[in-house]
Design a protein around this ligand. Structure first.
Ligand SMILES: Cc1cc2nc3c(=O)[nH]c(=O)nc-3n(C[C@H](O)[C@H](O)[C@H](O)COP(=O)(O)OP(=O)(O)OC[C@H]3O[C@@H](n4cnc5c(N)ncnc54)[C@H](O)[C@@H]3O)c2cc1C
Length: 373
């Protein structure tokens, strides 16, 4: 493990112990509350610059560094990793990779300092997995555009300063999509928070655009960015999948730790072999998921193709997390069924992870294509 990654893992683990006590984690989940205080603590430590180029005030970390951060945080407060990952990917990463120089100078230093938050709006009420069939449209208005349409399940849409919005600027399936940096204070933008099973507190919203005006400076990549929104997004897909794989590994660790703690307590004289085997299988599956995720991330960090591996990592790690959490519930017996059991929260969170960022079926479609089917 490189020294930088080791340091980030260790400092994040200390951060978790200091700033994310279990009582806070339980309260955020129970109250469905945006994790403002822990996010402010992360900002104060400079973490929001993790993936931003030092030229714009960031740390210049790669996907391996970011995954260590997300994994460690997800072990305790998954919604915080989700919120931070969303801002880092759809703020820092996409603007760093696809923004114009003026956009990089405008947004990246403020993102690195944690002064602004970004969200990302692709999914719509009638288009999720088949994202390119989106209908939200941007109509020409002088030197800019006006956006009309609706988006669904948009993380942070009610608390972000900007929401990167994918809208149709022509009928071409892919080349007709443009990414706009929408200021959420603009007239015609509104967000309504949705109640969810897991990742409670993520401020996931239904969003409405009623003629939201965007100037040429809000087209991602500048005026030449028209029709390149899909291409900009595709550049981020591996990182998004790897981010979610790391989140699943973090939740899997929490599940395993809680299961071990319960089994030790329940069977003080030593657990029956059948029980031990079930926990041993969980530990093995988690290790396999972790190895796959970081092997794929190593390829991405080295600039090598890894579409197949990133999809495998996302599918396998989130599915493993789900199996582990179900097994964890079984192992807890009646205690697992009691309202408020931590294992229930792990299960509710991991169930959502197999959906966001492309469902398990969509990952398997990609893997099947890549292996020649
Ligand atoms: C908590 C949360 C946060 C989210 N945050 C964001 C966000 O910030 N921004 C954003 O844009 N989106 C976000 N999403 C949306 C997410 O990306 C979509 O929910 C996801 O892509 C699935 O789309 P869908 O819900 O429309 O399901 P559908 O596409 O309707 O899928 C329903 C089922 O059909 C299966 N299916 C669909 N098509 C195929 C196929 N071709 N082959 C095999 N099976 C198929 C799916 O696997 C799934 O099991 C979020 C979702 C959640 C739950």
């Amino acid at each position: 493990m490189p020294e930088a990654l080791k340091a980030i893992r260790e400092t994040t683990a200390s951060f978790v112990e200091e700033h994310l006590p279990l009582e806070l984690v339980r309260a955020i989940d129970a109250e469905d509350r945006y994790p403002s205080e822990p996010l402010a603590a992360l900002v104060a430590e400079g973490y929001m610059g993790i993936n931003i180029d030092p030229a714009y005030g960031g740390w210049g970390g790669n996907i391996l560094d970011a995954m260590a951060l997300y994994e460690e945080i997800s072990r305790r407060l998954p919604v915080l990793a989700w919120v931070v990952g969303n801002i880092c990917l759809y703020g820092g990463e996409i603007i760093g990779k696809s923004g114009s120089e003026a956009q990089r100078r405008t947004y990246l230093p403020r993102l690195a300092r944690g002064e602004i938050k970004f969200g990302f709006a692709l999914t719509e009420p009638d288009s999720g997995s088949d994202a390119a069939s989106l209908k939200t449209r941007a109509e020409r208005d002088g030197d800019g555009y006006r956006i009309y349409g609706r988006k669904m399940f948009i993380t942070g849409a009610g608390v972000s300063d900007y929401v990167l919005t994918m809208a149709r600027t022509s009928e071409d399936r892919y080349r007709g999509i443009t990414a706009f940096i929408v200021d959420t204070r603009a007239v015609g933008y509104s967000a309504r928070e949705l109640q969810k099973l897991g990742y409670r507190g993520s401020n996931t919203c239904a969003v409405s655009y009623e003629g939201v005006r965007v100037g040429p400076e809000h087209i991602l990549g500048g005026p030449e960015g028209i029709g390149h929104g899909w291409e900009h997004m595709v550049r981020l897909l591996n990182q998004e999948r790897l981010t979610l794989a790391a989140c699943a590994v973090g939740i899997g660790r929490a599940v395993l730790e809680d299961a071990i703690e319960h089994v030790r307590r329940r069977f003080p004289g030593g657990a029956p072999q059948g029980v031990q085997h079930r926990v041993a299988e969980m530990a093995t599956e988690l290790e396999a998921a972790r190895s796959l995720a970081y092997a794929a991330a190593r390829l991405e960090a080295d600039g090598l193709p890894c579409g197949r591996e990133a999809s495998m990592a996302k599918y396998f790690a989130t599915d493993t997390g789900k199996r582990l959490a179900v097994q964890g519930m079984d192992l807890l017996g009646g205690e697992g069924a009691e309202s408020g059991a931590d294992m229930q929260r792990h299960l509710r969170n991991v169930l959502v992870l197999t959906i966001g960022g492309g469902t398990s079926e969509i990952q398997k479609n990609i893997i099947a294509r890549q292996i020649g089917l």
